[in-house]
Design a binder for this molecule. Structure first.
Ligand SMILES: C[S@@+](CC[C@H](N)C(=O)[O-])C[C@H]1O[C@@H](n2cnc3c(N)ncnc32)[C@H](O)[C@@H]1O
Length: 226
């Protein structure tokens, strides 16, 4: 099983140098936003990148999902002082990979430095797949296999080919691959989308997924619980 993130390392997530090493504008570019999307920031941590992503929306919201409520407490402080509209960022603590959205309810799922923690957790990967409807986009950004002054050692992360394989295993169509220097200094990124003819995750095999825009604004499915 991959390493678990140690929440006592919250201060490392908050290092402002990270915003230089991985400029939020690069993340927003890969998300290719209209502005009204429902974005799931899976493994949002302290929200260092959640807030600038949310600021790129004109409507819509970002569900900041994390298994450590203590990290989301930092995020909530940051959101409160960021001047974002009410509800633009929704903290979602979950210890069991349960995000309160309907199937296909996310227009975008963002995973920054998270895939190397959850790639071998079937429940986490199934939840990411469930959240993405046809045309829904996954943006995975993770540490590159290279000499780096930051991040875990190379034997604790995934190779680019492993990232691509994990994304393909979700049934997603790869749109682009990014190397260090293109997106961030020490990161690789893979952008992929759910094909429009993909069967609904958890469906009967014949059913086709419904675009998120057709699910009443992809509203929070409170029945699913947080
Ligand atoms: C390295 S941190 C990255 C945080 C944030 N994306 C960032 O770049 O600042 C990984 C985060 O993923 C969260 N995480 C790992 N596995 C998770 C899971 N199964 N469900 C929810 N959060 C998870 C951890 O708690 C941690 O906050």
């Amino acid at each position: 099983m991959a390493d678990k993130f140690d929440p006592t390392h919250a201060h490392k997530l908050e290092n402002p140098e990270r915003l230089v090493e991985l400029p939020p504008a690069d993340i927003v570019r890969l998300l290719a936003l209209r502005g009204d999307e429902t974005i799931v920031d899976y493994g949002a941590g302290t929200g260092l990148f959640t807030v600038p992503v949310a600021a790129a929306l004109t409507d819509g919201r970002v569900l900041a999902v994390d298994e450590h409520p203590a990290l989301l407490a930092y995020l909530e402080e940051k959101v409160a002082s960021a001047g974002l509209p009410e509800g633009r960022v929704v903290p979602v603590p979950t210890a069991d990979n349960s995000v309160p959205l309907p199937d296909g309810g996310a227009d975008r799922v963002l995973m920054i430095n998270v895939l190397h923690h959850v790639h071998d957790d079937p429940a986490a990967m199934a939840e990411v797949q469930r959240l993405l409807g046809p045309g829904g986009r996954l943006v995975v950004i993770d540490f590159a296999e290279m000499d780096r002054p930051v991040g875990p050692p190379n034997d604790h992360i995934l190779s680019l080919e492993q990232v691509r394989a994990a994304v393909a295993d979700l049934g997603l169509r790869e749109l682009s691959v990014h190397l260090p220097g293109d997106v961030g200094r020490y990161q690789v990124a893979v952008v992929a989308e759910m094909p429009c003819d993909a069967p609904v995750a958890g469906g009967d095999g014949d059913a086709k997924a419904t675009p998120p825009s057709a699910i009443g604004g992809a509203g929070l499915d409170t029945a699913a619980g947080a």
